[in-house]
Design a protein around this ligand. Structure first.
Ligand code: C2E
Ligand code: MG
Ligand code: MG
Length: 449
């Protein structure tokens, strides 16, 4: 027979279990909410603010995949130990998701102090982790919010910290962001754009525009890059630098891309057959094995010759999951689609990437071209890139050429391809046909002379 004492202990143990994360022994999300609830009621008569934060490990999933789940668990236990050791007597840290931790600092009263404390946590987590006889490194991002007034609930405070975390993640790895009201406005705007974009994609309202790519020596147009354009009836014209990242993040990029590629290949069918069509793929599309199938199905349906299609990808697109990207690229290349490396020289460039992957073409980023006339380092970098492309047997296109003098200098360095406002801005399918007719007439006139 159980004594009442025994039952009480069992109850307490099961309550403890309900509030504890079994892997790390830290409190779980229930414990965290409970602690914040209590602190809010304690502060009912005390105007002192306090801080909550959410910390998310950057790139934990690839580590888990690379080292295995057991090693992933070991790392999480080490992370938990470090976080616990860094808390003072007043503070609490809990594990509230797979690789997400939350902390509560009752004695941190200002945004600066919250950011400072968070940076310290990131620092502590950046030291190497033992995984068997190997070591792994991790970084972390943190979003914080401060409790200022009695009207705020635990849910609101945590939601604000999550919004701040979202901004931290968006701006790169290892960042700390403290919540501000403008962030909420920005988050609402993103949601508004997302909803309008979903509607536009299903109504077929995103249009391809085309920008000429020319042979710099003859100035003859050799192909066009497809650039997506979208005008919403309420939001107006939304630039691709805004809607493409939102489409990626919210899972709309696949259907959007298919719509634009279908319209673009339909338009390009009536162009002269020696012109190529170039098309941008987003990083998240190189993680999705259906991308290749979708592209091939569209080419099949519109009857566009795959040998006239080029896809442009960036180094970021290759970094997330190189094996997946390589498989997609190989599938496309097998049917004759060419592959360009876009925006070269920005982002996390790695020359090693050029050894692992074979690209048919490299596009030199506008940042170098725009400073070629007055910046010696840019000039040297462009010359080095051109020499490298020649050695590796890659074609080159310099992007963002706006002035004759820039084009001249590039020709002088031996750059064969160019693109930029000097030769033509991106325009819609009808205007592109007009442009082609004009260049064709020009060519005829030149012959007659
Ligand atoms: P990108 O692929 O590097 O495209 C070149 C960008 O430079 C385009 O901006 C183009 O309008 C702009 N540009 C071209 N020449 C000049 C110039 O002489 N001066 C200046 N200042 N700009 C020039 P846009 O159209 O705003 O597109 C921005 C980015 O959005 C593209 O960069 C590409 O990464 C992405 N994007 C556009 N359409 C698509 C799409 O259909 N799918 C995907 N995944 N991404 C797209
Ligand atoms: Mg491009
Ligand atoms: Mg580019």
């Amino acid at each position: 027979m159980q004594t009442s004492f025994g039952t009480g202990q069992a109850n307490r143990e099961s309550t403890d279990l309900a509030f504890t994360d079994p892997l790390t022994g830290l409190g779980n999300h229930r414990r965290f909410f409970d602690k914040v609830d209590r602190l809010i009621s304690d502060r009912a008569d005390d105007p002192a603010p306090f801080t909550v934060g959410i910390l998310d490990l950057d790139g934990f999933k690839p580590i888990n995949d690379l080292f295995g789940h057991k090693a992933g668990d070991d790392i999480l236990i080490q992370v938990a130990m470090r976080l616990r050791a860094s808390m003072d007597g007043h503070s609490t840290v809990c594990r509230i998701g797979a690789d997400e931790f939350a902390f509560l600092y009752p004695m941190v009263f200002s945004e600066d102090a919250a950011a400072e404390k968070s940076r310290m946590l990131i620092e502590i987590l950046s030291a190497p982790y033992d995984v068997g006889d190997r070591t792994a490194r991790l970084s972390a991002s943190v979003g914080c919010s401060l409790f200022y007034s009695g009207d705020e609930t635990t849910e609101i405070l945590i939601h604000k910290a999550e919004t701040a975390l979202y901004h931290a993640k968006r701006s790169g790895r290892g960042r700390v962001v403290v919540y501000t009201r403008e962030m909420e406005e920005a988050a609402k705007r993103v949601t508004r754009i997302e909803q309008a974009l979903r509607r536009a994609v299903s109504a077929g309202e995103v249009e391809p525009h085309f920008q000429p790519i020319v042979d710099l020596n003859t100035r003859r147009t050799i192909g066009f890059e497809t650039l997506a354009r979208w005008t919403d009836r309420d939001l107006g014209a939304v630039p691709p630098t805004v809607f493409i990242p939102i489409a990626e993040e919210r899972g709309i990029i696949g259907p959007l891309s298919q719509l634009v590629l279908r319209k673009a290949t339909e338009a390009a069918r009536s162009w002269p057959k020696d012109l190529f069509l170039s098309f941008n793929l987003s990083p998240s599309q190189l993680v999705d094995q259906n991308t290749g199938l979708h592209i091939l199905a569209i080419l099949d349906r519109t009857g566009f010759d795959p040998r006239r299609l080029e896809i442009e990808i960036t180094e970021t697109g290759l970094m997330n999951d190189p094996a997946s990207a390589e498989k997609i690229v190989e599938d496309l290349r097998r049917v004759g689609i060419r592959v360009s490396l876009d925006d070269f020289g920005t982002g996390q460039s790695s020359l090693g990437r050029l050894r692992e992957f074979h690209f048919d073409k490299l596009k030199i980023d506008r940042a170098f071209v725009s400073s070629i006339l007055d910046d010696r380092p840019s000039e040297h970098i462009i010359r080095a890139i051109l020499a490298m492309c020649e050695g590796l047997g890659m074609d080159v296109v310099a992007e963002g050429i706006e002035e004759e003098a820039q084009a001249d200098r590039l020709v002088q360095f031996g750059c064969a391809g160019g693109q930029g406002y000097l030769f033509g801005k991106p325009v819609d399918a009808d205007a592109t046909l007009g442009y082609l007719r004009d260049s064709f007439r020009g060519a005829l006139r030149a012959k007659a002379i």
